[in-house]
Design a protein around this ligand. Structure first.
Ligand code: SF4
Ligand code: SF4
Length: 443
C-alpha cells in the first residue's frame, strides 16, 4: 500500500532528477565541444555534479516507493530494458565512448581537462584519458551501487556484496593507485591479478615494478603471484568463484551495479553455452601461451623468438584487453546483458570456473519439491544458466560459469535455491526431498 502524498513527493523528485540530468548533459556537451572558449573545469565539474545528483534523485524516487517484491515489475515492458530504441542509443553512446577513449583520446580533451584539479589533488599528476576512465567507472559503480542497494534492500547478502564491490572499486582500483602515483610509486591495482590483468606477470611489467618500486615493487609482484596461484585456488575452494567475481572484481562490480538492469538479457540457449565454452577457454590458453612466450623470449634475450611473443602480447591487448573487455563487454550491456565479458571472454573467470567446477565446496542446492517452475531464477541469471532446469529436478547447481551473485535465490518466490559451501563429498547429490525419479510418476 502506498501513501499518495509520498508518491507525489517522489514524483517531484523524479522530475527534478530528470531536469538535472538534461542540464548535466548540456554542460558535458559544452565541456567536450567548447575548446578554449570555456572554462572546462567549471563546466565539466558542474556537469558531473548535476549528473550524479540527478541520477541519485531518479534512482531514489524510482526504487524507494516500490515494494521490494515489485522491483522487477515492468522490466519486460520498458524500452530501455528490452533492447528498444533507447537501449540501442545507450549502447551506441557507451561503445562510442570506449572507442574514443582507447583510440581517439584527444576528442575527450575537455572532459580530461575538467578532472585536472582532482587528478592533481589525488595523484599529483596531470589528468589523462585513463584517469577520466577510472573516475567515470568508479562513479558508475557508486551511483548504480545505490540503485542496487535500494533494489535489493531486504537482502543482507546483496547489501554486503554491493558495499564490497563499491569498496574495492573506490579504494583498491581508484584511490590507492592514485595515491601510489602521488608518492612516485608504480601505479598498481591490488584487486586485479593475472590472468585478468594479463600484463602483471609479463616480464616487462615485472621488471618495471621492481625497477621503479624497489621494495614495494617486489611486494607488488609477490602479491600478484600469490593472489593468482595461491589465494585464488584456496578462496575458490572454500567459497566458489563468487569471492572474486561478485565481491571484489571491478568488471564484476560494474556488472552487478550499472549492469544490473540488463541481467535478464543474457542468452539462455544451448547455443550460447556452446559459444561460451568455445571462446572463454581458448582465451585463457591464449594468455597462458603469451605469458610463457614472453618469459622464454626474455630469458633468451630475444634470440629465440624474436618479435613473436611481442606480437602475441599486442594482439591479446588489442583484441581481448581493449575490444572485447571494454568496447563489447560494457558497450553492449543494454543489448546482450551485463556479463558478456565475464561469461564469454574473461580468462580469470575461466580459471576460477575450472576451480569451482572441480575443486570447490560451493554449490547452489535446490529444494525441487517446492519449485513451481515460474522461471524467475533462469530469467534473472546473468550468466545464462537455466537454473529452473536444475530446480525442477532437485539437482544442485555446480556450473563453472556461476558467479554466485545469488540473484536466482533472491527472485525465487518459493525459497527453492540456497547458495552453500559444504563438503566436497556428495556435492552432486540431489535434494533429499525430491529426486528426478520422483517426477516421473505420471509417465
Ligand atoms: S546461477 Fe544464480 S548465483 Fe549463479 S550466476 Fe546465475 S543467478 Fe547468479
Ligand atoms: S524461481 Fe524458484 S520456483 Fe521459480 S522456477 Fe526457479 S526455483 Fe522454481
Amino acid at each position: 500500500m502506498y501513501i499518495t502524498s509520498d508518491n507525489t513527493l517522489y514524483s517531484y523528485f523524479k522530475h527534478i532528477g530528470f531536469t538535472l540530468l538534461a542540464i548535466s548533459l548540456l554542460c558535458l556537451l559544452i565541456t567536450l565541444t567548447g575548446g578554449g572558449n570555456i572554462n572546462a573545469v567549471t563546466w565539466g565539474l558542474s556537469g558531473i555534479s548535476l549528473l550524479t545528483i540527478g541520477s541519485l534523485l531518479v534512482i531514489i524516487s524510482s526504487r524507494l516507493p516500490k515494494h521490494v517484491s515489485h522491483q522487477n515489475n515492468g522490466i519486460w515492458q520498458k524500452d530501455a530494458t528490452t533492447r528498444g530504441i533507447s537501449a540501442w542509443v545507450l549502447g551506441i553512446v557507451l561503445t562510442g565512448f570506449y572507442i574514443l577513449l582507447y583510440w581517439f583520446p584527444d576528442t575527450l580533451h575537455g572532459l580530461i581537462a575538467a578532472l585536472e584539479p582532482l587528478s592533481q589533488w589525488l595523484r599529483n599528476k596531470p589528468s589523462d584519458q585513463w584517469f577520466l576512465y577510472g573516475f567515470f567507472y568508479t562513479l558508475a559503480v557508486i551511483v548504480m551501487g545505490v540503485h542496487a542497494l535500494l533494489k535489493y534492500r531486504n537482502n543482507p547478502y546483496h547489501l554486503i556484496r554491493t558495499c564490497s564491490v563499491i569498496f574495492f572499486q573506490l579504494g583498491f582500483a581508484f584511490l590507492l593507485p592514485g595515491l601510489l602515483l602521488a608518492f612516485n610509486q608504480p601505479e598498481f591495482y591490488f584487486s586485479y591479478f593475472w590472468p585478468l590483468k594479463y600484463d602483471y606477470l609479463f616480464p616487462g611489467t615485472v621488471g618495471y615494478l621492481i625497477d621503479n618500486g624497489q621494495a614495494l615493487g617486489v611486494f607488488m609482484v609477490f602479491w600478484g603471484a600469490v593472489l593468482s596461484f595461491l589465494a585464488t585456488p584456496v578462496l575458490t575452494y572454500f567459497y566458489g568463484k563468487r569471492w572474486y567475481c561478485s565481491w571484489v572484481c571491478g568488471c564484476g562490480g560494474l556488472a552487478e551495479t550499472a549492469g544490473d538492469p540488463y541481467r535478464h538479457l543474457s542468452d539462455k540457449s544451448k547455443k550460447a553455452w556452446q559459444w561460451e565454452v568455445a571462446i572463454i577457454y581458448p582465451i585463457l590458453g591464449f594468455v597462458i601461451i603469451t605469458t610463457l612466450l614472453l618469459w622464454i623470449n626474455s630469458w633468451s634475450g630475444g634470440s629465440l623468438l624474436g618479435d613473436l611473443s611481442g606480437g602475441f602480447s599486442r594482439s591479446y591487448g588489442f583484441f581481448i584487453g581493449s575490444i572485447f573487455s571494454g568496447v563489447v563487454g560494457v558497450g553492449f550491456y543494454p543489448i546482450l546483458g551485463n556479463r558478456v565479458w565475464c561469461r564469454f571472454g574473461c580468462p580469470m573467470a575461466a580459471y576460477l570456473g575450472l576451480l569451482q567446477k572441480h575443486l570447490s565446496r560451493f554449490r547452489i542446492t535446490t529444494n525441487g519439491g517446492q519449485c513451481i517452475s515460474c522461471g524467475n531464477c533462469s530469467t534473472y541469471c546473468e550468466m545464462g544458466i537455466d537454473v529452473r532446469w536444475y530446480a525442477q529436478q532437485g539437482k544442485p547447481i555446480i556450473r563453472s560459469s556461476c558467479v554466485g551473485c545469488g540473484i536466482c535465490a533472491h527472485v525465487c518466490p518459493r525459497g527453492v535455491l540456497k547458495l552453500e559451501n559444504g563438503p566436497v563429498d556428495g556435492r552432486y547429490n540431489g535434494s533429499s526431498l525430491i529426486q528426478s525419479d520422483s517426477l516421473k510418476i505420471l509417465s
